[in-house]
Design a protein around this ligand. Structure first.
Ligand code: SF4
Length: 984
């Protein structure tokens, strides 16, 4: 195919080239074609005439530029805004759609309209064919009735849209086509080379109306359709004959430009005779294996130039992003030319932060994210905001339970000004956060009009003003030229959207949420051409690769869902219904189009395997994130293609990446970049990795006072204890509408204290099953008094927790059933029982240790018979008594305390009562033949050992259980990477 194209292009002179157009699938494919043809032709001649090259959209642009009195062309922005307006008007006129008119659905409506018209069908055809199919079952089938209503609505909208176009004297692609066919251009295209298949075979291919246009375009003298044998055999030959009747067929298998020593087909290089596809763990490793192979080839002799080698992927993302780090790390130059979603570029993501702040009504994460964005500059009293100020604001807002809203933010700020007595940590934090609070308030006030309903034009202008006022270039931008292009593309898209509204829907009003989704939808539809690198290994998508002339090729990512790519489906109708407007419907085989598409995808795959002049490889991966992926069904076909096979050794596992050079002993610093080298030198000065400090030995540390809950934290993970108690790091704040756990705990404890005091004052000594109704009445009364003391919003959230709901039992029920299920004669209840003395605990080796302890125990019930029981309330999760020592240590200390006050008693039971967790009661359970005292002794010994370890500064990262790390607030500073090998 490339030879044919080169042959046809070589026959052009300056005059004929101007009037020639080559249709390729994408612009990147056009660039590859230019390189391949120039490489061939400029070897034998000094100059060549280059024709117009581009995808079908560029062909239409070229034809429009040559036509006279062309109706005003509408941009994609114009079309969507216009269609959204007429859809709204149709609905207002009484025809209700069975879906919400969201911006993304308007885009789908435009796509459906184009689909109908590009199939050379009228709106009458669409309406008639679908009605004929749906009406017979609409009375009995709700789905059919809904699709019928949808068809009526869409037909009305599309008809109104066409009427509007005519009234405006404007054109979209379809009206332009009519205009081109009606009047000959004074400067016509003479020759069109079609190097792309039809829409059935290729998502970027030509539609029936495109072929019809080429067949009938006035003064177009010649059309060449160039296709490979594999593609023609997949069904394209039959379809192209139907689309272009009278077509001459020319079979040219002889003009290959390969030298006589080159075989026409490349050799397939495989990892083993019976393994044709190399499998890597994931995409990153797949690229790493390529880098190792290339490095090994360079070391072993004269490899083919990198520019003559291609990596072929079905989709550029995420390979393009991964290639930067993998090939960058291995020092393999590579080049990619592709179009990426504009929304994935950093500046577009920064605009998203602005939209997010508006859409969430300035919720804490969105507001703080905006303040932290390096793309904006926000100043308070001419001072640049520090990261500490923003961090302090983040925490202060979380602690204030701020969930968004300008009024609430403003009230908080005023409260900071007037609050007194905040001299401790809270006061310091507020002083630190003040500049950030001022800026946040200022930002929220600037953006607040966007959250109110308002004219869309004004809203868009406000967004643009905000961007231009606060944007700043990145301090260390690795590619400032690209960033500037992205900024222009984003601001250009906003301007184009504004212009479209000004012309077609100037009176439209939007709210903040709608504005955000409208802008996101339009930016989401934009792409951005990127060129990565300037020379080296070529990373090509499958569309562009067909036009590349290379010696070596590797097809990457041969997994299900990519090779072949699933067809894009309409959101409105299943393929079987849309097939009714196919120009050549296959009544006998409704799936014919799908099987033809599959055959064409397989043909394209076979062509790519035969693309390179010398060698081809195929690879896949088995894991995408944590999900196992299946190989492509095409992988099984490779053996049947008949390529000669060559088994290659795996590349040696020598170091090729910068990180491997750094890990070498000694580190090979000359192999890394100067910046990395500077860091490595600093790190080399650190103590050796075998140093005990790397293993969590921090040196002696005196715990200010022993707290059993802190000991429990140490037992769960010593490094977590170190981060929280020794380094005093604060945990990440969490958003929530409820008070923090300690505040809720205090609220619930106060309820229980009042209830049991009053219950006892009424002469009760326990809560038996018969007592439950009276106890409930009293407890509910106490709860009501407590709820009345809370702000209304908090009380509304707390009430169902106390009283329960249809989904779960409430705290009142849990407490009373626990009491009734454990009948006991309670002589006295000691609520919030205070321990503050030195207690004697058994230590390892059965010696004793005196430990000063201060704690408040939720409840101690003094029972008849000289016994007592201990109850500890937990809001949700209860500790596992095998790992925690809290309940056991409290029980031992209480026994000592009671003895000291002359009321010596034996513990009979100790348990956690979970107020909202899955299991309400978790008790200390002695094993068979084991006394409760055995459990207490074992826990005391563990506590004493932990105190000794803490004092010795022994803080290894040792989570128990290991799943603790998943929710650890100190994960980001944890040294477990250093300790685990030693620990394992
Ligand atoms: S991440 Fe795991 S090992 Fe590290 S401190 Fe947290 S719980 Fe311990």
């Amino acid at each position: 195919m490339q030879d044919q194209l080169a042959g046809l292009i070589s026959g052009l002179d300056l005059e004929t080239a101007t009037d020639t157009f080559v249709v390729v699938p994408t612009r990147a494919a056009g660039e590859q074609l230019r390189r391949s043809v120039e490489d061939r032709l400029l070897q034998t001649r000094a100059v060549m005439a280059w024709p117009n090259v581009g995808p079908r959209a560029d062909l239409y642009r070229e034809l429009a530029s040559r036509a006279t009195r062309t109706p005003l062309p509408l941009s994609e922005f114009d079309r969507e805004v216009l269609l959204a307006r007429v859809a709204r008007e149709v609905r207002q006129a009484g025809l209700e759609p069975p879906f919400a008119l969201r911006p993304s659905l308007v885009a789908e409506m435009v796509a459906l309209y184009d689909h109908i018209r590009r199939q050379a069908r009228t709106l009458e055809d669409f309406d008639r064919n679908l009605r004929a199919e749906l009406e017979p079952s609409a009375d009995t089938d709700r789905g059919a009735a809904q699709l019928l209503g949808q068809t009526a609505f869409l037909t009305a909208v599309f008809t109104a849209y066409e009427r509007q176009l005519a009234a405006l004297g404007a054109s979209d692609e379809h009206r332009l086509r009519e205009h081109l066919l009606a009047a000959a251009s004074p400067r016509p295209l003479q020759h069109v080379l079609v190097a792309v298949a039809d829409r059935v075979a290729d998502a970027d291919g030509l539609w029936p109306v495109d072929f019809a246009l080429l067949a009938q375009l006035p003064r177009l003298a010649r059309v060449d359709v160039i296709a490979t044998e594999a593609l023609l055999a997949s069904g394209f030959l039959e379809r192209v004959h139907a689309a272009l009747p009278g077509l001459d067929e020319v079979l040219d298998a002889g003009s290959v430009s390969r030298t006589s020593t080159e075989s026409a087909a490349p050799r397939l290089v495989v990892p083993a005779a019976d393994v044709l596809v190399a499998i890597a763990r994931d995409r990153e490793e797949e690229l790493a294996l390529v880098a190792r192979r290339l490095k090994a080839a360079r070391r072993s002799g004269a490899p083919p130039p990198l520019a003559r080698q291609a990596l072929i992927v079905r989709r550029p993302l995420p390979y393009l992003y991964l290639a930067r780090s993998v090939f960058g790390g291995a020092g393999v130059p590579f080049e990619a030319l592709d179009t990426l979603p504009l929304a994935a570029e950093p500046f577009a993501a920064a605009l998203d932060l602005v939209l997010d702040a508006v859409a969430t009504s300035f919720a804490r994460p969105a507001l703080v994210g905006l303040l932290r964005s390096p793309h904006f500059t926000f100043e308070a009293a001419s001072l640049h905001l520090s990261e500490q100020a923003i961090g302090a604001l983040d925490r202060a807002l979380a602690e204030a339970r701020y969930l968004g809203g300008l009024d609430r933010l403003s009230a908080l700020s005023n409260g900071w000004d007037t609050a007194t007595g905040h001299t401790g940590r809270e006061g310091r934090r507020r002083r630190l956060a003040r500049p950030a609070m001022d800026v946040a308030l200022d930002l929220a006030r600037q953006l607040a009009p966007l959250s109110e309903p308002g004219p869309v034009l004004q809203q868009l202008e406000s967004v643009q003003t905000f961007l231009s006022r606060h944007h700043r270039p990145l301090a260390h931008d690795p590619d400032p030229e690209r960033s500037a292009r992205v900024r222009r593309a984003v601001t250009g898209a906003l301007a184009a959207l504004g212009a479209a509204y000004a012309v077609h829907d100037a009176g439209a009003e939007v709210t903040g949420g709608d504005l955000s989704s409208t802008i996101r939808r339009f930016l989401g539809g934009q792409t951005f051409a990127v060129r990565t690198g300037v020379a080296g290994l070529c990373l090509l998508d499958a569309q562009a690769a067909r036009f590349a002339d290379v010696d070596e090729a590797q097809l990457l990512g041969l997994v299900e869902g990519e090779w072949p790519e699933p067809a894009r489906r309409s959101i409105f109708y299943p393929p079987s219904l849309l097939g009714l407007i196919d120009p050549a419907p296959a009544a006998d085989d409704p799936n014919r189009r799908e099987s033809e598409a599959r055959a064409a995808a397989r043909a394209a795959f076979v062509d790519l395997l035969g693309l390179a002049r010398h060698h081809v490889r195929a690879s896949a991966f088995s894991l995408e994130f944590d999900t196992i992926v299946e190989p492509s069904p095409f992988a099984d076909d490779i053996g049947a293609i008949g390529l000669a096979v060559e088994v290659a050794d795996l590349p040696p596992s020598t170091a090729v990446f910068a990180e491997e050079a750094l890990l070498a002993v000694p580190p090979a610093l000359e192999a890394v970049s100067p910046q990395a080298r500077a860091w490595a030198v600093i790190r080399q000065d650190r103590s050796a990795s075998g140093d005990r400090r790397f293993l969590g030995e921090a040196g002696p540390w005196a715990m200010p006072r022993v707290s059993v809950s802190r000991i429990d934290r140490y037992l769960k993970c010593p490094f977590q204890f170190f981060a929280s108690e020794v380094l005093a790091l604060e945990e990440e704040p969490e958003d929530g509408d409820l008070p923090p756990p300690w505040e809720r705990g205090r609220f619930l404890h106060a309820i229980f204290e009042s209830f049991f005091r009053e219950w006892q004052q009424r002469g009760h000594r326990g809560v038996s099953a018969e007592d439950v109704p009276a106890a409930r009445a009293l407890l509910e009364g106490v709860c009501e008094r407590a709820l009345a003391s809370l702000p209304a919003q908090e009380a509304a959230l707390e009430r169902p927790r106390l009283y329960g709901s249809a989904a779960s039992a409430g705290i009142i029920d849990r407490v009373l059933s626990m009491e009734a299920e454990r009948p006991a004669v309670v002589e006295r209840r000691l609520v919030e029982f205070e321990l503050d003395a030195a207690f004697s605990f058994r230590s390892p080796g059965d010696t004793t240790r005196v430990v000063p302890l201060r704690a408040k125990v939720d409840r101690v019930d003094l029972l008849s018979g000289g016994l007592f029981r201990v109850i500890d309330y937990k809001s949700k999760l209860v500790p596992d008594p095998r790992r925690s020592v809290q309940l056991q240590v409290y029980t031992s200390a209480i026994a000592q305390q009671l003895e000291r006050i002359g009321d010596a008693r034996q513990p009979v039971e100790a348990f956690y009562l979970s107020l909202e967790g899955d299991a309400p009661v978790k008790a200390l359970r002695p094993a068979r033949n084991q006394a409760l005292d055995e459990i207490l002794r074992e826990a005391e010994q563990r506590m004493v050992q932990a105190i000794d370890d803490i004092g010795a500064g022994h803080f290894p990262a040792r989570p128990t259980p290991r799943s603790l790390c998943a929710q650890c607030p100190f994960d980001s500073v944890c040294r477990k990477a250093f300790v685990e090998p030693e620990d394992a």
